[in-house]
Design a protein around this ligand. Structure first.
Ligand SMILES: Cc1cc2nc3c(=O)[nH]c(=O)nc-3n(C[C@H](O)[C@H](O)[C@H](O)COP(=O)(O)O)c2cc1C
Length: 206
């Protein structure tokens, strides 16, 4: 038996790999999906750094996962020094964990960043509108925003000067690992992507 049966459906390694990418894609499209807000890890000056990010885009063919960030953030600087990243997703309802490893490409003030900025609402752009850089110390518990923008959401025109802080990080995935928790025994599989995005797959002991 070279398949796993989940909710009555049989998945071989090829089916499973496809299913993982469909779940990732859904995560990027649906705000309430458990895969919408994964953990992203990278290597910083003091060691491993992790944080929650919003999964903005998934390319299931090219195996790309994308998030947005502020170029003044710690991770932007860190990724310039070392572009290795690791993603962690968990869906408690389906009991699926997906871990992925990739290499990041940084986009600021280019076509990719500009296109994404155009699609970002004025309200979402508030993230990039702090007057001082993220992570700077403050004497008060501050939002970092001008007080006018705390009370009232900015207009799209008011957000434009903050575009300089906005960036897109595209990560090229070269490894994915799936784990499914089941009372009848857990199941686990690993996928490695070659240059042409063909994958080598194998079942693992959980
Ligand atoms: C639900 C949620 C979603 C977040 N999404 C993002 C995001 O898409 N991009 C981002 O840079 N930070 C995001 N953050 C903030 C990061 O988790 C982190 O606090 C911030 O980016 C600073 O990280 P750094 O100092 O490692 O750069 C999010 C936080 C939460 C709780």
């Amino acid at each position: 038996m070279n398949f796993v049966k989940i909710d009555g459906i049989e998945y071989n390694l090829t089916d499973l790999e496809k299913d993982c990418w469909v779940r990732l894609l859904n995560g990027s499209l649906k705000g309430r999906d458990p895969f919408h807000t994964p953990t992203l890890a990278n290597i910083g000056k003091k060691g491993i750094n992790m944080r929650t990010v919003v999964l903005r885009k998934v390319n299931t063919i090219e195996k790309l996962l994308t998030f947005h960030t502020d170029i003044r953030s710690g991770k932007w600087q860190e990724l310039q020094n070392n572009n290795s990243v690791s993603w962690l997703f968990y869906d408690a309802a389906s009991k699926f964990q997906i871990r992925l490893a990739g290499k990041a490409t940084l986009h600021h003030n280019d076509i990719i960043a500009n296109e994404s900025w155009q699609k970002t609402s004025a309200n979402s752009r508030k993230t990039y509108m702090t007057t001082l850089a993220p992570s700077l110390q403050s004497e008060t518990p501050t939002s970092g925003l001008l007080s006018a923008f705390e009370a009232v959401n900015p207009t799209i025109e008011e957000t434009e000067i903050y575009k300089k802080n906005f960036a897109v990080v595209v990560t090229q995935i070269y490894w994915m690992e799936w784990l499914w928790l089941s009372s009848k025994g857990h199941r686990r599989a690993s996928f490695n992507y070659a240059e042409n995005n063909k994958f080598e797959a194998s079942w693992l002991v959980p």
